[in-house]
Design a protein around this ligand. Structure first.
Ligand code: FAD
Ligand code: SIN
Length: 529
């Protein structure tokens, strides 16, 4: 089959992929492939906004410091400094691309507040910032004649020397990415894309848990693909649970109640109506997310409750209507008037702090493979991400990566002798139900044993169960014609395994990783490679 050649292959169409594509299109032809519709992404769901220092008395040092405190000793200071200080330039570019942020009557930007921030520094577009960013970037990408967009194209695997038949040991220290095998889910054809640079922007992992704020595309494909290509994956044990997803059993993804609502004065209560956050942290309801999520989890377990409450009734109605119209409408549709009623909430899997390790330019440990956005681990978030720092991280890294390829791309040739995808001997999978069943099992294992509070017993139990799931799925995968669901399942199991393995290795509690058998932080366990 004919190979498709492109200078830049961008996998994913959230903020990271789209912003990179716009930047890279200045230096070569860009092809964006994305597994569903162009706007299907975590980005579209972002509510709170983008953190950046705008006005004095806030300053870079304070934003850096807040990020480091949230990261609990694992953030890379140089990376934090770079991102925080490049933020205003990237935000300016976003505004030039058409993104609008809310302003006050005097024309200055209205800045929101979220947990762990010592200042109001969150630029937002009502409570739908992600949608505004995603839509405007899509408009600009569609206008760009150097960018081709292929929807319903699912990346199966990154192509490296292994596909040329070299033994793993032969190329261990110098693995090169030549592009990707991609399933066109419109036609079921498996296409070979050859690229000079591949940009992995596949987003998060939330769907490996039972309750998540992430849409269904978030199955960890990029991390699993990079792992199979032998790229370095790091800090997967740090899965962020958002404290306040709307408790509405059966709804997937769980609807987020933005932390900015707590920034505006909303407070957590248990089902007895008691305020409880002051028992857990001096910043009370605006403590870092790991602490708030654990506090809610603890209150729920202590009282045997299925949810807790968020009380926004003291926020002026006019502010709710102006700043949080989306949440107001959504809750009203369920019979909850948030200006009068308490909002039932539960913590939900939200963000992966770990991922594919990259340097300051977004380069992975595989040559010509870059990664940006949630799939990557830059060193910004450490053991816990500060709210609204991730859209920012994606913008800064997309810029740095594009600039870094400006010259190098001229010296990269396409690798021509790549074989077509081999699916001889496979048959159509008739028992799709097996896949959904295994997915549910995975979500149960991860939620029950590798959730907010962990123990050695639970982690080892998870590992044993995951090994069984892995074997069953590999067996199914090897004899079936490829389809998106089985690949997602396989990737999700892979990611669950990485989280569990890395959680077992960390013999302490730090940031988002809390193990009751090691409740303290250890100096020697800080940086595990
Ligand atoms: P995504 O936006 O998730 O995009 C990933 C893309 O990759 C998608 O297009 C997907 O279809 C595609 N893809 C995945 N796998 C494949 C494959 N195998 N083949 C082809 N394509 C593939 N962060 C903030 O900073 N501020 C906020 O206010 C905020 N609020 C949030 C609210 C919610 C409800 C959620 C879920 C997240 C929020 N976050 C927020 C986090 C932030 O939105 C994400 O981390 C960020 O948008 C990730 O961007 P991304 O481009 O890396 O990935
Ligand atoms: C929120 O609006 O609470 C989410 C912000 C984030 O995840 O950064």
């Amino acid at each position: 089959m004919e190979k498709i050649k492109t200078d830049y292959l961008v996998i994913g169409s959230g903020v990271a992929g789209l912003f990179f594509a716009l930047k890279a299109a200045k230096y070569g032809k860009v092809t964006i492939i994305t597994k569903a519709g162009l706007d299907q992404s975590n980005t579209k769901y972002a509510q709170g906004g983008i953190a950046t220092v705008m006005y004095s008395p806030d300053n870079f040092e304070k934003h850096i410091n807040d990020t480091l405190i949230a990261g609990d000793g694992l953030s890379d200071y140089e990376v934090v400094k770079m991102i925080v200080s490049e933020a205003p330039n990237r935000i300016k570019e976003l505004i030039e691309l058409g993104v609008e942020f809310d302003k006050k009557a005097d024309g200055t930007y209205e800045l929101g507040r979220e947990g762990g921030h010592s200042f109001n520094r969150i630029l937002h577009h009502q409570d739908r910032t992600g949608l505004e960013v995603e839509e405007k970037l899509i408009d600009r990408v569609r206008e760009n004649s150097n960018i081709e967009i292929l929807e319903n194209h699912f990346a199966l695997d990154l192509i490296t020397q292994h596909h040329l038949g070299y033994p793993v040991s032969f190329c261990q220290d110098n693995i090169v990415c030549f592009g990707a095998y991609v399933l066109d889910t419109n036609t079921q054809e498996i296409k070979t894309f050859l690229s000079k640079i591949t940009y992995l922007a596949t987003g998060g992992i939330g769907n490996i848990y039972q309750t998540t704020t992430n849409p269904e595309i978030a199955t960890g494909d990029g991390i699993a693909m990079a792992y199979r290509a032998k790229a370095k994956i790091t800090q997967m044990e740090f899965v962020q649970f958002h404290p306040t997803a709307l408790y509405n059993p059966g709804e997937r993804p769980a609807f987020l109640i933005t932390e900015a609502l707590r920034g505006a004065g909303a407070k957590l209560r248990n089902l007895k109506g008691e305020l409880f956050m002051e028992k857990y942290h001096k910043l009370k309801d605006l403590a870092p997310r790991d602490i708030v999520a654990r506090a809610i989890d603890n209150e729920m377990k202590k009282h045997g409750d299925d949810f807790a409450y968020l009380d926004a009734t003291e926020i002026p109605v006019s502010e709710i209507e102006r700043h949080f119209p989306h949440i107001y409408e959504k809750c009203l549709s369920l019979g909850i008037d948030i200006t009068k009623d308490l909002i039932p909430i539960v913590p939900a899997a939200h963000y992966s702090c770990g991922g594919v390790k990259v340097d300051k330019k977004g380069k992975t440990t595989v040559e010509n493979l870059y990664a940006g956005g949630e799939v990557s681990a830059t060193g910004l978030h450490g053991a816990n991400r500060l709210a609204s720092n991730s859209l920012l991280e994606a913008l800064v890294y997309a810029h740095n990566s594009a600039i870094s390829t400006k010259e190098s791309i001229k010296n990269i040739d396409f690798q021509d002798n790549i074989p077509d995808w081999d699916d001889k001997g496979t048959t159509l999978l008739e028992e799709i139900v097996l896949i959904s069943q295994e997915f549910k099992e995975l979500q149960q294992i991860m939620t029950n044993y590798v959730g907010i509070v962990r123990s050695n017993l639970r982690l080892h139990r998870a590992l044993k169960r995951l090994e069984i799931l892995y074997k069953e799925t590999e067996e199914l995968y090897n004899r079936s014609k490829i389809n998106r669901r089985i690949c997602e399942l396989r990737n999700a199991i892979n990611v669950g395994y990485l989280i569990t393995k890395m959680a077992i290795r960390r013999k302490e509690s730090r940031g988002l990783h809390y193990n009751v058998d090691y409740p303290y932080k250890l100096e020697e366990n800080r940086f595990l490679s």
